[in-house]
Structure formats: structure tokens, C-alpha cells
Design a protein around this ligand. Structure first.
Ligand SMILES: [Ca+2]
Length: 84
């Protein structure tokens, strides 16, 4: 199961890794890099391009075209509970 401290830690790691331009938000390319790292580091199941596009749209609740750290955190929690 995904405990909250672990979710926060992983989110922080992944976010700082993936936000390569330091904008404080992940655009779609950065988000895909974030997913790839989650999969590599935490053994999550791989996602297809379509699934990543879908997740991105689902997470970007304010329609900004980017995913911020809170939005990423929701995704990390979901992936971790799916993998548990
Ligand atoms: Ca960024």
C-alpha cells in the first residue's frame, strides 16, 4: 500500500528529476520522462503513448497544459496503489 510519506518523497524526487527547465510544472514531454523514471525506479507497469496522453489530460485538471507537483502527487499515489 502507498503510505503518504512515501508518496510525497517519490513525488519530490520524480518532479525535480523531470522538471528539466525548472518551471515548477511538467509539460507533456517532462511528464513522460517522469513516468519513465517511475517505471524504472519503482517497477511500475509500462504505459503506452495513448495511456500517457490520457493520464496527462486527466491530471491537468485546470487545463493549463502542464502538471504541477500536486497533480503529479495524485498520479504517484494512484500508480503506487495499483502496483501494490
Ligand atoms: Ca517544466
Amino acid at each position: 500500500m502507498a503510505d503518504q510519506a512515501r508518496v510525497l518523497q517519490i513525488t519530490k524526487d520524480i518532479f525535480s528529476f523531470a522538471d528539466t527547465d525548472g518551471s515548477g510544472a511538467l509539460d507533456k514531454e517532462e511528464f513522460k520522462a517522469a513516468i519513465a523514471k517511475m517505471i524504472a525506479d519503482h517497477g511500475m507497469g509500462a504505459l503506452t503513448e495513448d495511456q500517457m496522453d490520457q493520464e496527462f489530460s486527466g491530471l491537468d485538471v485546470d487545463g493549463s497544459g502542464t502538471v504541477d507537483e500536486d497533480e503529479l502527487q495524485a498520479f504517484v499515489a494512484k500508480l503506487l496503489s495499483a502496483a501494490a
